[in-house]
Design a protein around this ligand. Sequence first.
Ligand SMILES: [Zn+2]
Length: 105
Amino acid sequence: MPIVFELRKNGVCPRIICDICKEPIEDGEGNVYYDKILRSDKYELSKKGDTANLIFTHKKVSCVQKVDREYVSCEELDVFFYLLIHNTKVNLKEGQRRFAILSRI
Ligand SMILES: [Zn+2]
């Protein structure tokens, strides 16, 4: 389970855990690997609703070298979250405002 809630000194917070080394990705230096998306320059997802599995990894060579060959496509964590925020229509300013209120409780 790569996304977890972890108890830290100021409470619990979401973290992304590398699926390879099981350590948190803390510095934005992460990748997301997908299976079934692009293989030999052809999309394997062919109809609406088709899904691909994904894993999170650090960018360091020791983690990347151990990614299973079935995960054929990759993008940087920055791009993945940009797309996720876009597709879920998450309002970051509203999230920031609510977090500021909750953190005072
Ligand atoms: Zn790692």
